[in-house]
Design a protein. Structure first.
Length: 159
């Protein structure tokens, strides 16, 4: 069993590797989804903006500490054979990722600090075409933030 009070990152990584060698691997993620109607535009927007220094998809130190605690609880539940509890923790981790990304958009910051400002050309396009000139970066209609979804998947492990 891993004790969260005494476990450092190295021990955490070893424990995660041990779990990944079991018959199943669990992963948590924050995903931007798009419907067939919009051609998955939310995913494209999220990726292109990240390349321009506007990536809200990260865990800051406080979120990272909370994420580590969730992972430790997930590992402990997994080791006890409490798979429902482990999956609940995986869902909690994915939900933390979603809330963190939404908060970063509202704060207009990425891993490196404040979002890179929009180019004057795109700012004008956003203002007139999308009627969103007063909206923050990564927000035109609210569809991107509304599409952020916590995802948990289970796949075969490395055995």
């Amino acid at each position: 069993m891993i004790e969260s009070k005494t476990t450092g990152r190295d021990e955490l990584l070893v424990a995660l590797d041990k779990i990944q060698r079991t018959p199943a691997r669990v992963s948590s993620a924050c995903t931007a989804e798009g419907s067939r109607a919009d051609g998955g535009v939310n995913v494209v927007v999220a990726r292109s903006q990240a390349k321009q220094g506007r990536n809200p998809f990260f865990l800051d130190p406080a979120d990272n500490a909370a994420g580590d605690a969730i992972v430790l609880r997930m590992i402990a539940a997994w080791e006890r054979g409490q798979l429902d509890s482990a999956m609940a923790e995986a869902r909690a981790l994915a939900a933390l990722m979603v809330s963190s990304a939404k908060r970063h958009v509202s704060e207009q910051r990425g891993e490196g600090g404040a979002f890179t400002p929009l180019s004057p050309r795109y700012a004008a396009i956003k203002k007139y075409k999308h009627k969103a000139g007063d909206k923050p970066i990564l927000v035109n209609t609210g569809a991107l933030l509304g599409s952020l979804t916590p995802k948990v998947s289970v796949r075969p492990g490395r055995g």
